[in-house]
Design a protein around this ligand. Structure first.
Ligand SMILES: Cc1cc2nc3c(=O)[nH]c(=O)nc-3n(C[C@H](O)[C@H](O)[C@H](O)COP(=O)(O)O)c2cc1C
Length: 338
């Protein structure tokens, strides 16, 4: 399939030169057309975007020593699947603007070694083609863009593509007419694990649980939707208190480092999804770039687990995380409702 995209005569990248996550972002800023880089890295809500980062920066991890941390178990357990890592890729549309093999390269790179990626409703290739490119599990992110017949037809394609789960994005203004009744309807139709992406409050998490969702995705779309909204790590804290392990939680928005993932895992997430960070890998070198970014994130997670004296990512307790005040002193986190 050929796409008229902004890529094109970019020289091949020597991936050994992109040794850090920051280098991938710098590379993307240098090689992508300005409007493409700016529209992806920014968003209408600078306030939410910055708050996601600020809240993560204000959390510190406790250092522990002499605890035999030779091996770290990073397996994650999600709706009947065992994934090798809790780090996954968020759904993103418009991928041919970043690499000519777009969704195919993302699925290939992300699912090497069994990792999971989430394919955006607005993907460019047919779901069956993306499914065939992947070597590990895929989730589909449903955008509700037609009537119920349209959704039913879309779900048939999801089955044909071999997808393992579906999330409905509920934070887009193009879907303003949706209600919890529509959630009930999809739930009843669907023969796959089903969750909602874009839950940001305890009351909405309770409603989602009442509706029988299989997982909840805490997200503010990477700060690309509600302006002046809350940070997702902040929302995760209160949502985890409501959900209390009954369904797995995914979180994304503003996560940039392996240590960010560690903080979210300790505060109740089962999986941590990365959007832009992985996009810069795609822009640099397609599937290989995606794989390298995910490897860097994973390596950071593992090394910092060891430095914190911890060996199982799915069993990180919340008390390894402290909230740093404006003077730089770290206090225990008071969990909402605890
Ligand atoms: C270029 C781009 C396109 C996106 N497209 C979608 C989309 O089609 N559907 C969706 O649910 N979220 C979409 N998102 C939001 C991501 O799924 C995710 O929530 C967000 O990027 C995570 O934040 P981060 O980029 O700071 O990691 C998009 C984000 C970006 C940067």
């Amino acid at each position: 399939m050929s796409h008229a995209v902004a890529e094109m005569a970019r020289p091949p990248v020597d991936l050994t030169e992109l040794r850090t996550l920051a280098m991938f972002e710098e590379h993307a800023a240098a090689v992508l057309p300005l409007d493409v880089f700016a529209s992806a890295s920014g968003g209408p809500s600078v306030a939410t975007l910055e708050r996601n980062r600020q809240a993560l920066r204000h959390l510190a991890i406790e250092q522990r020593v002499l605890m035999n941390v030779k091996t770290v178990d990073t397996r994650a357990y999600f709706v009947g699947m065992t994934l090798p890592s809790p780090i996954i890729v968020s759904p993103m549309d418009g991928l041919p603007r970043f690499h000519p093999e777009g969704d195919l390269a993302l699925a290939r790179g992300a699912t090497r070694h069994g990792g999971m990626t989430v394919v955006a409703g607005g993907c460019t290739w047919p779901l069956e083609t993306i499914g065939a490119a992947a070597t590990g599990p895929l989730m589909f992110q449903l955008d509700w863009l037609g009537d119920r017949d349209w959704v039913s037809e879309k779900l048939q394609r999801v089955y044909a593509g071999g997808f393992k789960a579906v999330c409905l994005a509920v934070d887009a203004d193009t879907q303003a007419g949706l209600t919890w009744d529509d959630v009930d309807w999809v739930r009843a139709q669907l023969a796959l694990p089903f969750g909602l992406k874009g839950i940001m409050t305890a009351p909405d998490a309770r409603l989602a649980l009442d509706r029988g969702v299989d997982f909840i995705w805490v997200s503010n779309h990477g700060g690309r939707r509600l302006d002046d909204g809350r940070a997702t790590i902040d929302a995760l804290l209160e949502i985890a208190q409501v959900v209390r392990g009954r369904v797995p939680l995914i979180v994304d928005s503003g996560f940039r480092r392996g240590t960010d993932a560690m903080k979210a895992l300790a505060l109740g997430a089962t999986l941590v999804a990365f959007g832009r960070t992985v996009l810069w890998g795609l822009a640099a070198a397609g599937a290989d770039g995606v794989q390298q970014v995910l490897q860097l994130l994973h390596d950071e997670l593992v090394i910092n687990m060891k430095l914190a004296g911890r060996t199982v990512t799915s069993e990180l307790p919340p008390d390894i995380i402290r909230r740093v005040d404006s003077a730089g002193f770290a206090q225990p986190i008071r969990l909402p409702g605890a």
